[in-house]
Design a protein. Structure first.
Length: 134
């Protein structure tokens, strides 16, 4: 599911992931020693300028909520990254976030621009959660 469109010409400010695959992933890593985990997203080669800062969020929803999106459903991971047009960016998850992913506290992720004035389009074809474990 792609995130909220702004009123300014239909540009996107973010993308929100409700992945059935996270449940299967969680089952697979439940008793494993996770070495690393990351979320990768791609910015489309359209709209805005290079060097936009994105923030990674997580949520506890299994499907898209109806109505408007209150910020109360999103939890800030504290992770940010800068991305240029047409490039991908990877957020390396902290040990705390990996623990929340394993426990089921994280049901999905969101990536958004830091400010409403940072108009850009994110590419929904590249939204990956990667986990390396033993």
């Amino acid at each position: 599911f792609q995130g909220k469109y702004s009123a300014a010409g239909g540009y996107m400010h973010g993308i929100w992931l409700f992945a059935d695959g996270l449940s299967a992933l969680r089952t697979g890593i439940q008793n494993a020693q996770v070495e690393s985990a990351a979320v990768t997203i791609k910015r489309a080669n359209a709209y805005g300028t290079d060097g936009k800062t994105l923030r990674l969020w997580y949520h506890e929803k299994t499907s898209k909520p109806s109505g408007s999106w209150p910020s109360a459903i999103l939890t800030d991971t504290g992770l940010t990254a800068t991305v240029d047009r047409g490039k991908s960016v990877t957020f390396a998850l902290t040990e705390e976030l990996i623990g929340k992913l394993k426990s089921g506290a994280i049901k999905g992720f969101g990536v958004s621009s830091m400010r409403n004035s940072d108009l850009m389009q994110l590419d929904g074809s590249v939204c990956d959660v990667t986990v390396v474990y033993k």
